[in-house]
Design a protein around this ligand. Structure first.
Ligand code: GDG
Length: 505
């Protein structure tokens, strides 16, 4: 069996029930690597005075990891700079927060070269390489420059922006050209794939080959959708653990007769925390009868605290929380609890289960694993309700959630009311449909689909036929847009078509 080499910026497999903050990416990759031979390569999280390229090998929770340290300037320019100061906001549709600084771009290119130089000697014939996320767009190109001919795939965990946004980025063409040095590029949803294809066709003058691959910059690659999922079994184990049960009991006892609404995410402007608080405030305003009966717990550990835009949100959220609590609180009760700290995953499972509503309302999100975790943690006989933003990739799959527009305080307030007053029969029906989807598209399905598509793309050989000329240019994009929209409409069952029991039946 060929080895699988996973490459991502940070290499941080979550330790069992560990305290370490685990992003969705880390959780998903660790689960994927446990069943394949191979290793996980990337940055150690440490900085050194100068870059040595020395690779350190270790084993964490059954996963072999190979790491390199970076220089302090690498960390500032590549990680805090280009990756999290430029690409993250731009790819989450926040050009107002996007920093365009030449040194960031240079640091980004340098680190990708360094990664490639440190990784190339570890690659053997037959290895399959899987690169993850926006920190490493040019890595495939750099590996090719060093003569690596193995299959290389790339998966983007975050959204791909519409061409109108991407073209604001200096050297956007080079970024897209880099994607054509991979054999396969995966996106979370059809929406992000569609945005990518629009750029390729409209801006880069590319087209489709007859076998469905994309052709541009004199190269051919395949782009496809692979929605990421949960490690459902591991999560079920966590949810049944002693700590989860203890946390559940503690939360349930503490809530007493009140209903708990929960939100869990890294403190990030893309997650819509301010809009969520305003939506909750509106809910209390519009529903006096609910005041004192509901409280909202937001768990939001600090993330990327050295990037300016991240320091600002904390201050604004504290102020907003204080305002709502002073308006709607009582001597012995605060309607909002905002906790800026990290919890263990097994504790989170208990908290999810104790919450009547899981409020997952990002302004833009590649997928969102919290939505899936919330569903997986529920009691099948008396499940809570998932309120989900239409702008999370997860909303393309989880249509049985209560779907909201997080920019509308009214819609958020109505969704909360609906979720908190929903009859048990409807909650059970919705949950069953959601859970079936969470199980069907778990992390194993995602990993196996990606790895086998990567191997198949390589086996398909070079494309001998010319691109389909008619699809080129902006005229082609317009025709393509219409065709794609029709396709999406046909594929997505309308929420109204969902078969639910009559309330109260
Ligand atoms: C990126 C994309 C995509 C949160 N607080 C704590 C904690 N978490 C864990 C959650 C969940 C993970 O972090 C967050 O995953 P998400 O998917 O929601 O979001 P991102 O971190 O932005 O992940 C995203 C994902 O990659 C995978 O492709 O879905 O769209 O942005 O697992 O439980 N974990 C612990 N303590 C906390 O306080 N231990």
């Amino acid at each position: 069996m060929s080895r699988l080499i996973v490459v991502s910026n940070r290499v941080n497999p979550p330790e069992k029930g560990g305290e370490a903050p685990a992003g969705g990416l880390a959780v998903a990759i660790a689960a994927a690597l446990k069943e394949y031979s191979g290793f996980w390569f990337g940055w150690s999280g440490q900085t050194a005075a100068t870059f040595t390229g020395e690779v350190k090998e270790s084993r964490v929770d059954d996963v072999t990891v190979m790491t390199v340290d970076l220089e302090e300037s690498d960390y500032q320019e590549y990680y805090n700079g280009y990756a999290n100061g430029t690409l993250w906001p731009l790819f989450h549709y926040r050009i107002d927060l996007t920093a365009y600084d030449r040194s960031f771009g240079e640091g980004y290119g340098r680190v990708n070269r360094r990664f490639a130089e440190a990784l190339a000697p570890l690659i053997q014939p037959g290895d399959v390489i899987w690169v993850h996320d926006y920190h490493l767009f040019p890595l495939g190109w750099e590996l090719r420059r060093l003569g690596i001919t193995n299959p290389i795939g790339f998966f983007l965990h975050i959204p791909w922006p519409a061409p109108q946004l991407l073209t604001t980025l200096p050297r956007h063409r080079a970024l897209v050209e880099a994607m054509f040095h991979y054999d396969l590029v995966g996106f979370q949803t059809d929406e992000w794939l569609w945005a990518f294809e629009s750029y390729v066709l409209g801006e880069a003058g590319g087209g489709w080959a007859r076998d469905g691959r994309l052709n541009a910059f004199g190269k051919t690659m395949r782009a496809k959708v692979f929605p990421i999922g949960l490690d459902v079994e591991a999560f079920a184990e966590l949810a049944a653990s002693e700590t989860a049960v203890r946390t559940y009991d503690r939360m349930a006892a503490h809530a007493a007769f009140r209903s708990m609404v929960v939100g869990v995410e890294r403190l990030d402007y893309s997650k819509g925390l301010e809009e969520r608080l305003l939506g909750f405030q509106r809910f209390l305003e519009d529903n006096p009868v609910q005041r004192g009966k509901v409280f909202y717990l937001q768990i939001a550990p600090t993330s990327r605290g050295e990037v300016e835009a991240y320091q600002d949100i904390r201050v604004r959220l504290d102020a907003l929380t204080g305002r709502i609590n002073s308006m709607y609180g009582d001597m012995d009760f605060s309607p909002v609890r905002f906790v800026n700290r990290n919890y263990r995953r097994d504790e989170l499972a208990g908290v999810y289960r104790a919450a009547k509503v899981g409020l997952v309302t990002p302004l833009r999100d590649g997928m969102n694993l919290v939505a899936k975790e919330y569903v997986a943690a529920q009691n099948p006989d008396d499940p809570g309700v998932l309120v989900l933003s239409r702008f999370a990739g997860a909303a393309r799959q989880m249509i049985e959630a209560v779907i909201v527009n997080p920019f509308s305080h009214e819609e958020m307030a109505e969704a909360l009311k609906r979720a908190l007053t929903m009859e048990r029969a409807e909650r059970v029906d919705r949950w069953q449909a959601l859970m079936e989807g969470v199980r069907r598209t778990d992390v194993r399905t995602w990993r196996d689909a990606f790895v086998s598509a990567l191997k198949a793309t390589r086996e398909a050989g070079p494309v001998s036929e010319l691109p389909v000329a008619a699809s080129r240019g902006w005229r082609g994009v317009q025709a393509f847009d219409l065709a794609r929209q029709a396709q999406i409409r046909d594929q997505r069952p309308a929420v109204g078509r969902m078969r639910l029991r009559d309330p109260g039946a």
